[in-house]
Ligand binder design. Structure first.
Ligand code: NAP
Length: 302
């Protein structure tokens, strides 16, 4: 049984694919109000290649007393720790958590809340968004890397993902993947918010992008992640070109007045630099400009 905490974009996408492959799933929703709304909706709707289909998956709230052995944490990074803490009394002695959060920082907070559970980290390039309540559009097929920095052995349940068509690999260096994704995010997303542009718009700011990449590379080396730093600038330029027509996830969050995950992305990078007494003036300035931008729009800066 997979318990799935958070029936948003990625949580729904995982839940539906697992359930379709015959793997038992149980959604855990925020509270009884959300559970009632879910029951009125009749289930989750997944839209794939323009076709919408309703999946009446079972759902409960954290108040349900049944034990949890395998938990997919599909909340935003800023919600993950509190959401998992609520479930701590239900976790079995051999519980395993799969953490889908973007960026870094939330995984350590979750692991500290449930020290006996195994925490597996994920880094995904899949894309999904909500176009209605309990309705999710599968927008971009991608790849998911999974790994556990404390135990390199792959769990047996990777077979469930295989059967479910969730394209994945077990990574022996998941932290390197998460740092690389964080660095790409820091070099692209904040600038797209500040210049109010699509990713391709950053081609007009080559010097700023290059300076940020140089500072981010220095940070990755200092944090013991040299392979995450290798060819970072080239990769950032490649992503800017390959996704030129897209708005970054942070741009979309700000445009729609939603809270961003800044504290787990650029905020985490700047905090790591400070901890290592590394002076990265352009990254700090970018962070300050982004915080001002969010505050001016009354959006949380954490
Ligand atoms: P999302 O659509 O906002 O979904 C998050 C879900 O968590 C919401 O349904 C929310 O409930 C639920 N939630 C929050 N607190 C909860 C609690 N205490 N109990 C139960 N449910 C709770 O977010 P997402 O886009 O799926 O992103 C999840 C994570 O995956 C993020 O870190 C994101 O950066 C990462 N990610 C997303 C994508 C993507 O394409 N979407 C791709 C790669 C990585 P409500 O519905 O009640 O608000």
């Amino acid at each position: 049984m997979w318990h799935i905490l958070g029936a948003g974009s990625l949580g729904s996408l995982w839940a539906v694919r697992l359930a379709r492959a015959g793997v038992p799933v149980q959604l855990i929703l925020r509270d009884s109000t959300r559970l009632a709304a879910y029951q009125r909706a009749g289930g989750l709707t997944l839209v794939e290649r323009g076709n919408a289909r309703l999946y009446p998956l079972p759902a409960q709230t954290a108040a349900d007393p049944t034990p949890i052995q395998r938990l997919l944490v599909a909340c935003k990074a800023y919600d993950a720790e509190a959401a998992v803490a609520q479930l701590a009394p239900r976790l079995t002695a051999d519980a395993e958590l799969l953490l889908l959060q973007n960026g870094l920082g939330s995984q350590d907070s979750v692991a500290a809340r449930v020290p006996h559970a195994r925490c597996i980290l994920a880094c995904s390039t899949e894309g999904a968004f909500r176009d209605g309540d309990f309705r999710v559009v599968f927008a971009g097929h991608g790849h998911t890397w999974l790994g556990d920095p404390r135990d390199l052995s792959a769990p047996a349940w990777l077979d469930d993902l295989q059967r479910s068509g969730i394209v994945h690999d077990w990574s022996l260096d998941i932290l390197s993947r998460l740092w690389r994704k964080l660095a790409l995010n820091c070099a692209i997303n904040p600038l797209t918010v500040l210049y109010d542009c699509r990713n391709g718009g950053l081609a007009e700011h080559p010097a700023e992008v290059a300076t940020l990449c140089a500072e981010l590379s220095e940070l990755l080396h200092t944090c013991g992640q040299p392979s995450a730093a290798s060819d970072l600038h080239d990769d950032v330029l490649r992503v800017i070109q390959a996704t030129a027509a897209n708005y970054s996830s942070m741009h979309q969050d700000v445009a729609q007045g939603r809270r961003t995950e800044i504290a787990y992305l650029l905020g985490h990078a700047c905090a790591a630099a400070r901890r290592h007494r590394l002076v990265l003036p352009h990254l700090d300035t970018l962070h300050a400009r982004l915080l001002n931008h969010l505050q001016a729009r009354r959006l949380p800066s954490h």
